[in-house]
Design a protein around this ligand. Structure first.
Ligand code: ADP
Length: 511
């Protein structure tokens, strides 16, 4: 009674107050914050930097191309000047014309060269540049020498021929270097043009990579936590109230959901405990009626024997007296075992794993319900295969399972109904099977998927808590066994509890 009152008051307190955050909740919230908003902001900054880098890169490349174009034009003009100078040089030797033109145009070439010396030095080595200037100077000075010879009316044919040979050599060299320069600059400009043509492809690749990264990121940071939360809620719906593990490494928007769910789970657990206890108390209530009836018989016998002894104590022989005293002891013993059975069931106890005789355990549990069955007019038939191997388990918990199944069967059958309890070796070796079968209302197929869910009941309020099967399922799973069910609506229901007669799970004592 005290227990139920304590539960009640703690439940009222829990429902009235908003529960304070527990250590797990505080730990979850104490982690460094790295929210989704911050993720998105960082991604946005990264994206902006990338776009800026692409734009700046494009502007730089376009600028370079512009400079290249103007330099290529300059080198082409230089090439044109010196080629023209060479044409006029030929005219002079063939027709004695254009010598002044040739000198003038080499002057233009010289001016062009000196104006673009810096640019030239970035393309050619210092030695190449010096050679180029030297060739031009030499060529121009040879042309000027020819002018002097011409003005003086050329007398020295040998000297003229020597100048001509030298002019050809320097001229050819100048054209070769200038042509190579033009060719080199055109090539470098083409390379830049190809680069700028490729920029959209590079941009596309970067955007593609970013999109893949974004999808991956979103699935990791958004979809994965959602899936984990869905999995957790499905798990909770199946009655597994273990806490949700940390979803993300850092604190973020999901942490609040996680903390709230964990908080809710703790509330549910304490609620479930209260309900389990009330389910047990309901069973105790049901049993008490039967037990009271059961106690009546031995007490009556004790009373009758005691009265007989009181009235006839002088006329009774010693043997008769001894027999009556033995009767008294036996009846008192019977009463004590009835009361002890009820107390055993009602008492809260730590889980203890011990070797058990399942046949004895089942018989003891049936005894608890016999009177209830008698009151309801239901026949209980028991069949226990002899010499079965022992199992290891918790006596009270297993008793609770069989009691739940028998009480459910009693609820399901009408007066005159029949319950068959059968203990035998299971089909799979190393296992025992306990069948509890009734010829009651059966279970409709549409509620079959729910009957093992916690708090699922079809019984009216105050009659059913919906915890019998879910608690039984938990206990049997913990013992390394399983509960199977066969039923047909309106005909019968058969629960089969399979338990291992060896191979007890290692974590069994944690129940
Ligand atoms: P409760 O008995 O408190 O309702 P249980 O978890 O023991 O909770 O049972 C859940 C539901 O399963 C019951 O409400 C009932 O509808 C159904 N059920 C269980 N055992 C039987 C049975 N032997 N025959 C018919 N229905 C049953």
């Amino acid at each position: 009674m005290t227990n139920s009152l304590e539960f009640k008051s703690s439940f009222i307190n829990n429902s009235e107050k908003k529960p304070a955050l527990d250590t797990e909740g505080r730990n979850l919230l104490a982690r460094p914050r790295f929210s989704l908003r911050l993720h998105i902001l960082l991604l946005f900054i990264l994206f902006s930097f990338l776009s800026m880098a692409i734009i700046i890169g494009s502007v730089i490349v376009i600028n370079c191309i512009q400079k290249k174009i103007s330099f290529v034009q300059t080198t082409e003009r230089y090439l044109f000047y010196i080629e023209q100078a060479r044409r006029w040089e030929k005219n002079y030797f063939l027709y004695d014309t254009n010598l002044e033109d040739a000198i003038q145009i080499t002057g233009n070439a010289k001016t062009l060269l000196s104006q673009n010396l810096k640019k030239l030095m970035t393309v050619l080595s210092a030695e190449e540049t010096a050679n180029m200037i030297e060739n031009l100077e030499k060529y121009r000075s040879l042309l000027q020498e020819l002018t002097v010879l011409k003005k003086n009316g050329i007398v020295n044919a040998g000297k003229k021929h020597k100048i001509e040979t030298s002019l050809r050599k320097h001229g050819a060299e100048m054209v070769k270097v200038a042509a190579a320069l033009v060719y080199k600059e055109q090539n470098s400009m083409n390379a830049m043009l190809r680069l700028i043509q490729r920029i959209p492809i590079y941009c596309f690749a970067v955007v593609l990579l970013l999109t893949i990264f974004l999808v991956h990121f979103l699935s990791k940071r958004l979809i994965k936590p959602f899936n984990l939360l869905i999995e957790s809620t499905q798990r909770i719906a199946k009655g597994d109230f273990s806490l949700v593990p940390p979803i993300c490494r850092y604190r973020g928007e999901f942490t609040a959901v996680e903390v709230a769910i964990n908080q809710m789970l703790k509330e549910l657990k304490s609620h479930e405990l209260t309900m389990v206890e009330s389910h047990k108390l309901r069973a105790v209530g049901t049993l008490t009626a039967g037990v009271a009836h059961e106690l009546n018989n031995p007490l009556n016998n004790i009373m009758l024997t005691a009265h007989a002894m009181l009235e006839d104590h002088n006329g009774l022989s010693e043997d008769e007296l001894l027999e009556m005293i033995n009767d008294l002891i036996n009846e008192a013993d019977r009463s004590r075992s009835i009361v002890r059975n009820l107390l055993d069931f009602a008492r809260e106890s730590e889980s203890v794993s011990e070797p058990l005789d399942l046949g004895m355990l089942v018989s003891e549990t049936i005894k608890l319900t016999l009177n209830q069955a008698k009151v309801s007019g239901v026949k209980i038939e028991t069949q226990i295969q002899p010499d079965l191997p022992r199992i290891r388990g918790d006596k009270q918990q297993l008793k609770q399972v069989f009691l739940n199944l028998i009480l459910n069967a009693l609820d399901a059958v009408e007066k005159g109904g029949n319950i068959k309890i059968n203990l035998k070796k299971a089909d799979s070796p190393g296992f025992l099977a306990v069948q509890v079968e009734d010829n009651g209302c059966g279970i409709p197929s549409h509620i079959l998927p729910n009957i093992f869910d916690p708090f699922f009941t079809t019984k009216g309020s105050g009659k059913g808590t919906g915890l019998g099967l879910s608690v039984s399922h938990g206990i049997i799973t913990m013992h390394g066994g399983q509960i199977n069910l066969e039923t047909e609506e309106g005909k019968y229901t058969r629960f089969t509890v399979i338990l291992p007669s060896r191979n007890i799970p290692a974590d069994f004592n944690k129940t």
